[in-house]
Design a protein around this ligand. Sequence first.
Ligand code: SF4
Length: 91
Amino acid sequence: MNSSTTQSSSPSSSRLPQNAPGEFYVTADCIDCDLCREVAPDTFRRHNDIGFTIVHRQPMTPDERASAIEALAGCPIEAIQRDTQSPESIH
Ligand code: SF4
């Protein structure tokens, strides 16, 4: 079963407040590995003040969204999550 595109919350999976509002977000579990920023640079960016990646802008196009989902699937510690209750998640 592939659950990589659904939310799988754990007690430590808190949404960093620096994330842009919307469907995709990064949690404080991020280990700053750079993978998501390589895969989806329009969505993910390093926040130098906190030393984590954040969603600096939600995906705006189908291609950006596909890249964000690819980054979510590839994150080695599942620090990228989706809020499936977000209005954007139904697009
Ligand atoms: S892929 Fe995951 S662990 Fe790596 S920088 Fe992105 S959010 Fe952080």
